[in-house]
Design a protein around this ligand. Sequence first.
Ligand code: HEM
Ligand code: MG
Length: 351
Amino acid sequence: PIPPPPGPLVNDGLLLVNDPSHPFIQPGPDDLRGPCPGLNTLANHGVRKTLRPTVSEFHFAEFNQYLPRSGVARPDQLVTAVMEGFNLGNDFARFLVYQAHLIDGNPITNLISIGMKTPQTGPDPPAPAIVGGLSQHGTFEGDTSMTRVDAFFGNPAIFNETRFDEFSAFSMQFGVNGTYDINAAAELRHQRLEDSIQTNPELSFQSPRILSAFSEAVFPTIFFVDGRLDNGQLNLQAARSFFQPNKFPDNFFRQPAPVSFPTIQPLTQQLFDKHPFVPGMNNGTNNFIELPDTPALSDFCGIYDDIVNRVLKTQYPNPSGPLLEALQTNLNFLFSAVEGHNCTQAFPFGQ
Ligand code: HEM
Ligand code: MG
């Protein structure tokens, strides 16, 4: 049986999350890290090496804090970790996690890699399923990232200093007091798209990547800012700590209350309104073909539907048996996250 995602935190307030029971330890050679600075950080502050439990032992609550340092986790552990470590709201956490698990994880073993594909997630379901982990390009990971290069230019999962220098420059130029704030985010997000249009012949910028790109531009202004300050202004020292060593700053406190769609969506809309765009893809450099019939950033239910009926269905055209059951279960978990949006539930494999 697949463990269901946890409900909301019982104690959901301000909390010191970089505490002595969650020390930073550099990942070892076998530990997987990927394109998400948030999850990498939770793994680097995860269960202590000396206590490293087997997967089944993770059912004990005391181990269920942040992420396994291996970088391989169950989706319900990921939901718990992002709630505990950053105070993501429960539905928002479910949305990110079950989307990721369905397209990058192994539904049979119920494990996902936060980095590249690995045997640690167990035997794969049949192709064209990928089970590629979060580093898999063209699934959840996509183009125009802030601190990573597009897959066309190299490994899109690893920190890139040139990219971070640009992140810093935009913060200095557009942010209040040289911080990464919503104004810096708006300009950088625009510039990253423009840059890829000019230079990446294989640029793709459409659903679902457009939603993650805009959300992730907003995340640092919220989740990477100390919850005691919570002013939407991320200083560059803390930014580097999260993006590069993937380390909580000293004495870091998480958000003072759970943060969910009602906070994130207006901010992504604000970014969009400053620099609107139509989804599309390059056909050669500087030749952006608009795809106005694909879901727009504002069309949340359209993007949900696209994830399930196109992205997922491409990997699982005709599943059966236990695989089908596992997919249906995870699809229900995903839908539980979007109910607040009044979307119609999608059933790519029938009801
Ligand atoms: C990027 C997954 C939670 C912050 C990414 C990417 C993935 C991902 C696949 C790469 C997308 C790309 O740039 O191409 C997830 C999943 C989460 C999660 C499955 C589960 C809840 C978080 C949290 C934070 C966070 C809690 C912050 C505290 C970011 C940021 C980026 C990112 C800032 C952009 C990196 C960049 O553009 O350089 N995430 N993430 N994520 N994530 Fe997460
Ligand atoms: Mg990327």
